[in-house]
Design a protein around this ligand. Structure first.
Ligand code: KG4
Ligand code: ZN
Length: 391
């Protein structure tokens, strides 16, 4: 079957069409079309993501990205006046950037061979989530295709599991339970425990900042542009290559606490104080801070995951979310698991699918569709704090 997916939870607008086959044990996902627009350059000048600006940009970009995706999937067939977009107009009442573009585009094309749609309904920025949801609903009433709402974090888990079969084909392998997923992104830092695909349990989470947020804030203190994670990553890689040892020692908050929770705000504050004591911030200082910060984060993450493994005898470890793009963190996890838990399977996402994308939302949508999930359109709402797991 063909599934159209939409992701607008933060500052990436993404649309994809997947041809999905098989079940949890054996499956193939062929990417027929995949279009993504990152708003990072737009938000850069403000040093972070502004929800209403993100909403406006999603509204402007969704129709062009859908058009591109349909074209790539060879599903764009022009046929004037076929559809009445009146119901869609009502749904798009508040989406000023989208409404007219939608009517113009949709009325000029034939219904594509799409069997189901999936859309992120949280967690994330609510104004941004709503645009994607309303877009999916408007398409649903126009084309009479069901919509499955997806939790963004579930999407990240599937992203991590993806194995390449060819240039445009992936598979999600079946995994051994119990599994642990360390999800590290701009808004989340949590460890999820699962005994099967039908449940998500929370084993630990941050008590304050998310790890990606800490990367972004520390980068800002060092005068680096948004998003800061890749910038810190670059600098620390240089520091490691140039054998620049860090003369700064940062704390590892909560590393010895008797649980699997995290805290990153103290680490961020420690950077602030250490910087304040310096007469100037040189390129060398930036590299030293970047390296030590990355070391601190890796050590905290590994210590907490180790504790979680000890508590539940996990057979599978999944690391996912935007911060899993970090080379040092990826290497540290790979080496550590190879040395300490050689029988455990570690999943880290393909680099190009680590940060937000629509493919992961399509895959999660397919599995929910297979499980028989049917959601009444009117019940789909944006939930900025949507939880994946219960405690
Ligand atoms: O999953 P994601 O794309 O969006 C959210 O769901 O939040 O994650 C974005 C976060 C940002 O905080 C960004 O700075 C961080 O992932 N990030 C990185 C790297 N690439 C992205 N952090 C560290 N190293 C990287 N290479
Ligand atoms: Zn994300």
């Amino acid at each position: 079957m063909n599934i159209l997916s939409i992701e607008t939870s933060c500052d990436e607008t993404a649309v994809s069409i997947l041809q999905a086959e098989g079940d949890f044990k054996k499956n193939t996902f062929k990417i027929l079309g995949d279009a993504l627009f990152s708003q990072a350059d737009i938000h850069k000048r403000y040093g972070g993501v502004y929800p209403n600006l993100a909403k406006r940009e999603h509204g402007k970009n969704l129709v062009p990205l859908l058009k591109q995706t349909l074209q790539d999937a060879q599903m764009l067939i022009e046929k004037t006046g076929q559809y009445n977009a009146k119901d869609a107009d009502v749904i798009l009442e508040r989406e000023v950037e989208l409404k007219q573009q939608f009517a113009d585009f949709i009325q000029a094309i034939d219904k594509p061979a799409i069997d189901a749609m999936s859309v992120t309904h949280g967690p994330g920025l609510e104004p941004a989530l709503w645009v994607g949801i309303n877009f999916a609903k408007a398409l649903s009433v126009t084309w009479n295709i069901p919509v499955i709402p997806i939790n963004h974090m579930e999407g990240h888990i599937f992203s991590s599991l993806l194995k390449k079969k060819s240039d445009s084909e992936f598979t999600v392998p079946s995994i051994d339970f119990p599994s642990l997923s360390l999800l590290i992104s701009g808004g989340h830092t949590e460890i999820i425990y699962q005994e099967s695909w039908s449940e998500y349990n929370l084993a630990g989470q941050t008590q304050d900042d998310a790890v990606g947020e800490a990367f972004d804030k520390v980068a800002r203190m060092l005068g680096l542009p948004y998003p800061g994670g890749p910038e810190i990553s670059k600098l620390s890689e240089q520091a490691r290559k140039e054998k620049i040892e860090s003369s700064i020692k940062l704390p590892r908050p909560m590393i010895r606490s008797d649980n699997c929770h995290f805290s990153f705000s103290g680490l961020k504050t420690a950077v602030l104080y250490a910087l304040r004591d310096l007469p100037e911030i040189t390129e060398q200082t930036k590299k030293e801070f970047a390296r030590e910060f990355e070391d601190a984060v890796s050590e905290i993450l590994i210590t907490k995951v180790k504790r979680a493994i000890g508590e539940c005898n996990a057979k599978t470890l999944i690391v996912g979310g935007g911060v899993a793009a970090n080379s040092h963190i990826r290497n540290e996890f790979q080496n550590w698991i190879k040395n300490e838990y050689p029988d455990m399977t570690l999943f880290i996402p393909p680099r190009e699918l680590t940060t937000d994308n629509a493919i992961m939302i399509g895959i999660a949508g397919y599995f929910r569709y297979l499980a028989g999930q049917k959601t009444e359109l009117s019940t789909i709402t944006a939930d900025g704090n949507l939880k994946l797991a219960v405690t």
